[in-house]
Design a protein around this ligand. Structure first.
Ligand SMILES: CC(C)(COP(=O)(O)OP(=O)(O)OC[C@H]1O[C@@H](n2cnc3c(N)ncnc32)[C@H](O)[C@@H]1OP(=O)(O)O)[C@@H](O)C(=O)NCCC(=O)NCCS
Length: 292
């Protein structure tokens, strides 16, 4: 017998914790200090068989965090039933859409995309390229070979920037905006890796940065940008080189670059010059379904 039900408290959700990623399990604590998740669980013959988990967002939509069905119960319509119930619970809570992102190149990518199509989601859209490389896989890459910085340029730890330099950066951008809105360094400072995150100084002023975070033992290159005048010169590569050089000292063997596809030059560089040295090259895609 198949049972599909909304999970409403931590005790009820306990058996379902293993059915989502470790980083999302805290949602199943139903901590009253946080918005209640939208969790739907299924059992077959009394056994936990699957979970769909979403969270409400401030914009009135819901983010689908994960959907999972135990391997020996797949292709019996359980995940479809989980999403159907999840969508109807979202509607009942007045949420206007169910959306999310996922990474391609995973064992279940085809199944997940099939499931989205089955439930009437719009075709997924490409968002980011994802390059994962180890120090040894990237070592032969021509663009990572050491080079001397031209005069007038300096690379310094981001955390060492003085208030005056930070102020100059903000003023320079306000006077004549040049920073891509999605790569403003001040938005990414929380929890940066202090050893590998650097700023590029040009004649003493900050004109580029590479801010990185430790994610599950991997160094994620979260936000890398240089002044548009320096982009054609490939100056962002100086920052990548500096970070890769510092990785062993900071205890990292593997790096992950996430590159928004709308930064075309950078995305083309990743496809042509990074992918050949990657241990994984994939993309993230976004999906969405309006819940009228
Ligand atoms: C993706 C997943 C949840 C699907 O669960 P499921 O219970 O087998 O899916 P359903 O039986 O409800 O399938 C519903 C529809 O999805 C599509 N689908 C499901 N599995 C598919 C597959 N392997 N290939 C192609 N389409 C598939 C089909 O259209 C299917 O309808 P059909 O069986 O009538 O053709 C399951 O494979 C899984 O748990 N994978 C691992 C976890 C994961 O990676 N989740 C996605 C990211 S969070």
């Amino acid at each position: 017998m198949i049972e599909v039900r909304i999970l409403r408290d931590a005790a009820e959700a306990d058996a379902f914790r293993i059915a989502t990623f470790p980083s999302f399990r805290h949602w199943l604590d139903f901590d009253p200090g946080w918005p209640a998740p939208i969790a739907v669980g299924t059992r077959m013959g009394g056994e936990m068989s699957g979970l769909a988990l979403a969270t409400p967002c401030d914009d009135g939509t819901a983010d689908l965090l994960s959907v999972y069905c135990v391997p020996d119960r797949r292709r019996r319509g359980l995940a479809a039933a989980l999403l159907e119930q999840l969508e109807s619970e979202c509607r009942a809570r007045g949420l206007s859409a169910l959306k999310g992102t996922y990474m391609t190149g995973q064992p279940a990518t085809q199944a997940f995309e099939g499931l989205l199509a089955h439930r009437g989601f719009a075709p997924p859209e490409l968002r980011m390229l994802v390059v994962r490389a180890t120090l040894s896989s990237i070592a032969p890459a021509p663009w990572i070979q050491p080079r001397r910085l031209p005069s007038g340029y300096e690379i310094v730890p981001w955390v060492s920037l003085s208030p005056a330099l930070r102020g100059e950066l903000a003023t320079s951008h306000s006077a004549d905006p040049w920073i891509a809105p999605d790569l403003v360094p001040f938005d990414f400072e929380e929890g940066i890796d202090p050893v590998t995150s650097t700023a590029l100084l040009v004649k003493g002023n900050v004109r580029g940065w590479c801010l990185n975070h430790a994610v599950g033992g991997v160094l994620r290159y979260t936000c890398a940008f240089v002044h548009p005048r320096l982009q054609r010169l490939g100056r962002v590569l100086w920052l990548y080189r500096a970070a890769v050089e510092r990785m062993p000292g900071a205890g990292f063997d593997t790096g992950m670059w996430t590159i928004p596809v709308w930064h075309c030059g950078h995305a083309n560089f990743a496809r042509e010059h990074m992918a050949p040295y990657a241990v994984f090259f994939g993309e993230t895609r976004g999906f969405r379904k309006a819940l009228a």
